[in-house]
Design a protein around this ligand. Structure first.
Ligand SMILES: Nc1ncnc2c1ncn2[C@@H]1O[C@H](COP(=O)(O)OP(=O)(O)OP(=O)(O)O)[C@@H](O)[C@H]1O
Ligand SMILES: O=P(O)(O)OC[C@H]1O[C@H](OP(=O)(O)OP(=O)(O)O)[C@H](O)[C@@H]1O
Ligand SMILES: [Mg+2]
Length: 282
């Protein structure tokens, strides 16, 4: 059987987290950052470590079957690929920024020189709003371009905002794009072996965002408790040896789990336990 060919970021902000999620999904990953390919035939896959910006192109051309890249890079590429799922890491916003106190609205972009590494996204944004501005393509360190007189404003990736602050810049206007790492395939194609891969990765995402909750509760309060912890399909309810009590087990979102424990305690639940889920298939 042919191997599923998967493109993985080789460097940059997405590389480490991408390798982590693949490892947690049970795949082998390279242990040398100079290694460019890795075959995991036991699991039916082959990994290609590539620049995240190029990944949409390889997948869009059909040279590779699946890719992990940024949603913003995907939008910029114009390649024929579709997002299968967000992966919850590499979160960033794509924003306009200018010298502090000068810009407050995108109407001020008319006639301006905008430096960015995301020329495709920028041109589309300006065209949609009929704004006539000059786009200056830069590879990185875009924040410095204003000081150096190459541009008036920039459009760049912002995470903490630390880089902008250091450069004496501030964001203005609407958020152009919200990004995170995404799993992509070629539009309209479901490559052989992809479903197994997708289920493994989605299993890790669920395991990361859910926890398992167990508790005991007087049987006459089970309905109230189940309303608080409905689980994904339906919670397991089993009789306790102690008369009039039941045990309940349900998956709950990790965020807010502590508050949920307080609420369950409040309606009479006891022995409330929270445990991590390491992997799952739903
Ligand atoms: N500081 C950051 N925090 C979170 N995501 C980021 C950050 N910088 C870039 N990204 C995301 O990483 C992807 C770009 O990856 P790429 O490897 O091309 O650039 P990079 O992470 O800036 O690395 P480098 O500039 O060192 O090559 C995009 O999806 C972008 O949104
Ligand atoms: O809001 P922050 O947390 O400061 O992060 C945003 C910065 O991170 C990235 O730069 P990177 O370090 O990848 O350098 P680059 O500009 O050369 O791509 C991005 O291009 C911003 O400059
Ligand atoms: Mg960068």
């Amino acid at each position: 059987m042919s191997l599923l060919r998967i493109a993985v970021p080789n460097k940059g902000s997405l590389a480490q987290s991408a390798a982590e999620i693949l490892r947690e999904s049970g795949y082998r990953q390279r242990d040398d950052a100079k290694q460019l390919t890795l075959t995991d035939s036991e699991n039916g896959v082959e990994f290609f470590y590539l620049r995240p910006r190029d990944i949409a192109l390889y997948v869009g051309e059909g040279t590779l079957d699946v890719g992990i890249t940024g949603r913003d890079l995907l939008a910029d590429s114009g390649a024929k690929v579709e997002e299968v799922t967000g992966l919850g890491f590499g979160r960033s916003r794509f924003r306009f920024a200018g010298p502090r106190g000068v810009y407050s609205d995108i109407s001020q972009l008319a006639g301006a020189r905008i430096a960015t590494s995301y020329v495709g996204v920028m041109r589309a944004f300006l065209e949609e709003r009929s704004i006539d501005a000059t786009v200056v393509r830069l590879d990185g360190a875009v924040e410095t371009s204003i000081q150096l007189g190459v541009a008036d404003v920039i459009a760049d990736v912002v995470e903490t905002g630390g880089t902008l602050r250091q450069a004496g810049l501030e964001v203005f206007g609407e958020t152009i794009l919200e990004s995170e790492a995404v799993l992509v395939t070629r539009t309209g194609a479901v490559p052989d072996g992809f479903e197994v891969f997708r289920r493994r990765v989605e299993g890790v995402l669920v395991a990361r965002s859910y926890v398992m909750m167990d508790y005991d509760i007087p049987t006459d309060r089970v309905e109230d408790a189940v309303r608080l912890t409905p689980g994904i399909e339906s919670p397991t309810v089993a009789p306790l040896h102690r008369d009039g009590w039941s045990a309940v087990r349900a998956m709950v979102p990790r965020d807010g789990a502590q508050k949920l424990m307080d609420e369950l305690y409040g309606i009479g639940a006891r022995g409330i336990l929270l445990t991590d889920i390491h992997a799952c298939r739903l």
